[in-house]
Design a protein around this ligand. Structure first.
Ligand code: BGC
Length: 433
């Protein structure tokens, strides 16, 4: 275990070092120099909380797709009028709209269908639409966004390099919805999270997602190209100033996008389950864990997810009986394991989960140092995503990592869970459009 601990441990010194590298990558990216951080302009200013009206919102994140009609009532108040949600991959048939044999037309027909469902249960009228599209996009303006590359394993063909707004509008026109739905804004899910939190609280200046994927955005007080405040999508998941260990290298090598999304592959829900699986597989093979006949249960790539780590970390029983149940029933069909093996499984989950939280904290620190070098002001970081919300101890570890570096100044930083921001934020963006 010692070697494994040293490979996954992130010391306070490393946090500081990563934060500085992240800060430098932010500044190079902003000024158009070569950087692993794309620093994508959102063309969105912060909301005042006084925006009003009814807006459609579409949220396409990679696992779930949601559409809703939302009424912004002003004074930071809003309500949801109607709502529809579906999974991108059909759990019964296995048909996955993110797979490489699906076309852009098929994917967009599905998205337009979901909007149509919402309109059917909504009052008559013409609505502005905000479209949260949670992948790296070059915005040409607020309602035009070119997909730079897929992430989180999606591979639908005919979308990369295209304006995702136009693809959606074509699909809406095929359903004769062009007169009822007016696309106003396309935005990243981190941007939507920031907008929805800021609608209620002026101090929010950073938005982040720690779920299937990972990314962060922030409010740049004076965006250099436009000379005005603008939210910048950092595309933090692509940060590459990190030392990869053997498992990271293997995961990256076998992924659909080697060399890309380095940070995301070390921290987000889609990938930390896979890192965990690779470690377990190795240890069984080396005779250090479980029994060699159990190896094949861990042979399938991506068969474990962030949720599996969360389930193991939630077990507070002395005998680790929930870990035993996970092994026996939910995951892999192994019935009898020694307590020592179960402890090791939890220890490995702790290592992978803690590294994720500490790396994310280091990148938050990099953004904070860019915004406020002496950390003199108050900052609120709004965070959405299943890993942050559900992994036991995750939020506390992000906080304590910041405290290790900032000491009492960490009190100026509030990290707040902000669930559902991707849907609400799209409506706010439509109002700003
Ligand atoms: C995408 C980001 C997105 C993040 C969270 C990443 O894979 O590149 O655009 O914000 O996932 O959903």
């Amino acid at each position: 275990m010692k070697k494994l601990v040293s490979e996954f441990d992130i010391s306070a010194e490393q946090i500081q070092d990563i934060a500085w590298k992240f800060l430098r990558a932010i500044e190079s990216g902003l000024s158009g120099e070569n950087s692993s951080l794309k620093m994508l302009r959102s063309f969105l200013r912060p909301p005042t909380g006084e925006e009003t009206g009814k807006y459609l919102s579409l949220d396409f994140g990679g696992t779930n797709v949601r559409a809703a009609l939302i009424e912004l009532c002003g004074q930071s108040y809003l309500r949801q009028i109607s709502y529809q949600a579906q999974l991108l991959a059909d759990p019964v048939t296995g048909y996955d709209l993110g797979s490489p044999d699906v076309t852009a037309e098929e994917l967009n027909a599905f998205l337009a269908g979901l909007i149509d469902d919402v309109l059917m249960i909504s009052p008559e009228g013409v609505y502005g639409l905000g479209y949260t599209f949670s992948f790296p996009c070059q915005q040409l303006n607020l309602d035009q966004a070119r997909l730079l590359c897929w992430a989180k394993g999606l591979q639908t063909k005919g979308v990369v390099d295209q304006d995702v707004g136009r693809l959606l509008q074509n699909a809406l026109a095929k359903r004769n919805l062009q007169d009822r739905v007016k696309l106003k804004a396309i935005l990243n899910d981190t941007v939507a999270t920031l907008l929805s939190a800021k609608y209620r609280d002026k101090e929010v200046d950073i938005g982040s997602i720690i779920g299937t994927g990972h990314n962060t955005c922030y409010l740049e007080p004076l965006e250099p190209l436009h000379n005005e405040p603008m939210i910048i999508n950092v595309e933090a998941g692509n940060f590459n100033g990190l030392t990869l260990n053997n498992y990271d290298l293997r995961l990256d090598h076998n992924s659909e996008n080697p060399g890309e999304q380095c940070l995301e592959k070390m921290v987000s829900g889609k990938y930390i389950g896979e890192l965990f699986r690779l470690i377990i597989f190795d240890r069984i093979e080396q005779g250090l864990l479980l029994n060699s006949r159990d190896k094949h249960f861990f042979a399938e790539p991506y068969s474990l997810r962030g949720e599996d780590l969360s389930a193991l970390l939630a077990d507070k029983t002395a005998e680790l009986s929930e870990v035993a149940a996970w092994l026996g029933k939910y995951a892999v069909g192994i019935n009898s394991t020694m307590l020592e093996s179960r402890r090791i499984l939890v220890e490995i989950a702790v290592l992978v989960g803690s590294r994720s939280a500490r790396l994310v904290a280091a990148t938050y620190l990099g953004i904070l140092l860019h915004l406020d070098p002496l950390v003199d002001r108050k900052h609120v970081i709004a965070v959405d995503g299943s890993l942050y919300a559900k992994m036991p101890g995750y939020a506390a570890q992000v906080n304590s990592a910041l405290k290790e570096i900032l000491g009492s100044k960490a009190e100026k930083i509030t990290i707040r869970a902000n669930q559902g921001g991707s849907v609400v934020g799209a409506a706010i963006a439509a109002a700003l459009g």
